[in-house]
Design a protein around this ligand. Structure first.
Ligand SMILES: [Zn+2]
Ligand SMILES: [Zn+2]
Length: 308
């Protein structure tokens, strides 16, 4: 393990919360942050399973005697760099699979780099979600042009077997973040991978609770992760952790829903709930200062909507 110091001290290098996808799509190019050199690294997690960093995005790959199983390609640039790294380190192991976590372009771009040898696999909702995202406007169409739809899909669960190794793809269920979230479970290595709905000691971003979708969906998705047999959680953003961190992440969603709901019933305003520091036990988490009050506001809006 070669993680920088203690995971608690890791900050996202660009100072931006996880993948501000919606924001990035609506800002003109000139208003976006200037390009900085990406921070890239490959770290062994367990056995032949590796974690790949591309600045604030992460993916994984498993090396087997019959080739490599890769999770998200992340971007065309990252995939091109990774392919060169893999060719140098594992010259006899072509990438045989690309397994998507979900369709968002900041995780799923670049699979074309591996498509000469790899089968691209994603959830059955991926292609429709991709078409909808790309069809929003011209900027989105351009950003999503590098995302290839899956060549094969699954509905609830699928086993990818290669060279005597196994990866399980498990549907996390529909969430407000995406309708096609996949959990990757590496049973022999006892590791899980998933992006954007699961994180370690990191407050969920505004791209989770920001669109009025039920908060229970995230609780249910995280329960599906917790039901798996694993020791290490290696999310698409931020530090790695343990199963306890996944349970804590689930508790964040449970607590914010319960406390905001209680506050609404008691007639308290949003400002009062934010001032009352109702999520104070999470104050040491990454992105707390940036995202916690936003999440309370989003939960407040969702939970006070008619019909709730
Ligand atoms: Zn993300
Ligand atoms: Zn996403």
């Amino acid at each position: 393990m070669t993680y920088h110091s203690s995971p608690m001290t890791i900050r996202f290098p660009f100072g931006v919360p996880v993948a501000c996808l919606a924001l990035a799509m609506t800002l003109p190019v000139s208003a976006q942050q200037p390009q900085r050199p990406p921070v890239r690294a490959i770290t062994r997690i367990a056995g032949d399973l590796y974690r790949v960093q591309d600045s604030d995005h992460y993916t994984m790959f498993l090396v087997t005697p019959a080739g490599i199983i890769l999770a998200d390609p992340i971007s065309a640039d990252a995939a091109t760099w990774l392919k060169a790294q893999l060719t140098a380190r594992f010259p006899n192991a072509p990438v045989r699979y690309v397994l998507y976590s979900h369709h968002h372009q900041d995780h799923a771009s670049g699979a074309a780099v591996f498509n000469d040898t790899a089968e691209i696999v994603g959830h059955e909702n991926f292609a429709a979600a991709l078409a909808a995202a790309a069809g929003q406007n011209a900027v989105a169409a351009k950003r999503y042009a590098a995302v290839l739809p899956p060549e094969s899909t699954y509905r609830d669960r699928r086993t990818i077997a290669l060279g005597g190794r196994r990866v399980e793809m498990i549907y996390a269920g529909r969430t407000g973040h995406a309708p096609d979230l996949t959990i990757l479970h590496f049973p022999a290595e006892r590791v899980v991978f998933g992006a954007d709905f699961m994180a370690v000691r990191t407050v969920p971003g505004s791209n989770t609770m920001g669109n009025g979708a039920p908060i229970e969906e995230y609780v249910n998705a995280l329960k599906r992760v917790e039901a798996l047999d694993f020791d290490i959680a290696a999310p698409g953003h931020g530090p790695v952790g343990t199963r306890r961190d996944i349970a804590d992440h689930r508790r964040y969603f449970e607590q914010i829903a319960a406390r905001v709901s209680q506050g609404i019933k008691a007639g308290r305003t949003l400002d009062e709930l934010q001032a009352a520091k109702i999520m104070d036990e999470f104050r040491e988490w990454i992105e707390y200062d940036e995202d916690n009050d936003v999440n309370i506001a989003n939960a407040y809006k969702t939970l006070s909507a008619p019909g709730r």
